[in-house]
Design a protein around this ligand. Structure first.
Ligand SMILES: C[S@@+](CC[C@H](N)C(=O)[O-])C[C@H]1O[C@@H](n2cnc3c(N)ncnc32)[C@H](O)[C@@H]1O
Ligand code: SF4
Length: 455
């Protein structure tokens, strides 16, 4: 083992920009080499006997723009574009389902965004009903939505829950009024508390809260207060995302005063302070940015090595197939990835022509699949046995030899421990897990990385 790591040196050396590895290869590698014809063929090969699939529905609308937002969304102030969008979504579900020879079981549905509760409760229930007609849900199916508490009402929740919704993820970010003002997202604690109470009353079985660190005006003390307040609401899971400041991609982020942003060293301290506060209360730290109570299903999956990573983050969902609906949504087939047109008009026009609205994708090679598994295990478990993954793929660890120089340097810096073919991130290395994964990424253009900060 090398010398005990100095955080400042590690940040300087390994805290650069790195992908979040919600897929490998990452979406940056997708191209128009995969389009609707390819997708149709892939859909045609899906069989019920190969197991349940997961579904994802993207809703690219919000009521007000949060200045930090990195999601694919736009502000709409009228109902018409939303109603129009829902109509096309129903059409897309039918088109996709028509292209699959059998009615498949669905293990989960995730509504993401944007803000899925820009749909009315009745519209949400209608989308769920259409999905339920074309796919087969069971009582165990997890039907989840990302929700903006500022737009929730008891009526909305009751309607969506009657339609099947049984899990929710609330966008909270930070409870501090000063921070909320600096990010243009004012939502008092009581408003969030009320939403949680309504969700529980309606029978929602699992509530996640999204929090963020690295926001303007945040301090270690204010972040700790936010964590305490979130815990007082008795959520089941907390996601703690590091603010990704990419104003060259998201121009509204220019409204954030960069002089108020914490520097990399403070971001690093924030992440660790928040993790310590949650762990001190008995919560488990899972993967890069998730926390859960020890008896939560995600914590149990992390403990037994079955946690997975997909476009929505960390999940218990082991389904090999993910079918995406809505503008910009990404799907994963056994053969590779597909992504819909990101711009709503293009997505809509394709549907109106009766086409699957696929813009791009990627057919995976065997080497991609091998590396995807290595990276997924590292992102989920912070450790991987290369020999066992190589065995599963009928490959040889010797193919990974070019990665070993970089790994040995990381070992000398105290980020990983290497034991023959086993790699284990140290406590310090966990904070740089994205950078550790880049060692196995043969697609990464190391000159042109424009991903967000690695810490
Ligand atoms: C689709 S939003 C959640 C639902 C809803 N739109 C809301 O904000 O309440 C997804 C989450 O991504 C996180 N997020 C958004 N922009 C981010 C950024 N630039 N960096 C890191 N996390 C971000 C926030 O925590 C946010 O709650
Ligand atoms: S964080 Fe959520 S509510 Fe805010 S702009 Fe982004 S998607 Fe919309």
């Amino acid at each position: 083992m090398g010398a005990s790591p100095d955080p400042a040196l590690l940040i300087a050396k390994y805290g650069g920009r790195a992908p979040r590895y919600t897929s490998y290869p990452t979406a940056v590698q997708f191209s128009n080499a995969v389009g609707q014809d390819q997708y149709r063929q892939w859909l045609k090969g899906l069989k019920r006997e190969n197991g349940a699939v997961s579904l994802y529905v993207h809703v690219p609308f919000c009521d007000v723009m949060c200045w930090y937002c990195g999601c694919h969304t736009a502000v709409v102030n009228k109902r018409l574009p939303v109603m129009d969008y829902v109509g096309r979504l129903l059409k897309e579900i039918d088109l996709v389902a028509d292209a699959i020879p059998e009615r498949l079981d669905a293990a989960s549905v995730h509504f993401g965004g944007g803000t899925p509760n820009m749909l009315t409760g009745a519209e949400m229930a209608e989308v769920l009903a259409t999905l339920g007609r074309r796919f087969r849900f069971s009582p165990q199916s997890e039907l989840a939505a990302e929700l903006d508490p500022r737009l929730l009402s008891k009526e909305w929740i009751d309607e969506a829950v009657r339609g099947g919704l049984n899990r929710a993820s609330l966008g909270v970010q930070d409870f501090d009024a000063d921070v909320q003002a600096a990010i243009n997202r004012v939502q008092p604690f009581d408003l969030v508390a009320e939403s949680v109470a309504w969700l529980r009353e309606a029978g929602v079985v699992s509530i996640n809260m999204d929090l963020m660190y690295g926001l303007p005006r945040q301090t270690l003390a204010s972040l700790e207060r936010t964590i305490d307040q979130a815990l007082s609401l008795d959520a089941d899971r907390i996601s703690l995302f590091g603010y990704a400041h990419v104003p060259w991609l998201k121009s509204h982020q220019k409204l954030i005063d960069e002089s108020e942003l914490p520097d990399p060293a403070l971001r690093y301290a924030m992440q660790n302070r928040a993790a310590d506060a949650l762990e001190a209360r008995g919560w488990r730290r899972l993967g890069l940015d998730h926390f859960a109570k020890p008896d939560d299903s995600l914590a149990l999956a992390a403990a037994d090595g079955s946690m997975r990573r997909n476009f929505q983050g960390y999940t218990t969902d082991a389904a090999p197939v993910l079918i995406g609906f809505g503008a910009s949504s990404i799907g994963r087939m056994p053969q590779g990835y597909v992504q819909n047109h990101a711009a709503v008009p293009k997505w809509r026009e394709a549907l109106d022509r009766g086409e699957l609205p696929v813009a791009r994708g990627l057919a995976m090679t065997d080497d991609d699949r091998f590396r995807a598994d290595i990276i997924e295990r590292l992102m989920c478990d912070f450790s991987v046995d290369l020999a066992s993954v190589a065995d599963q793929h009928g490959r040889d660890t010797a193919e990974l030899e070019p990665s070993f120089d970089a790994l040995r340097a990381m070992e000398a810096d105290g980020l990983v421990v290497l034991d023959k073919t086993k790699i284990e991130a140290t406590r310090a290395g966990r904070d740089f897990i994205r950078t550790i994964c880049t060692v196995f990424d043969v697609h990464l253009d190391r000159e042109a990385v424009r991903h967000s900060q690695g810490v």
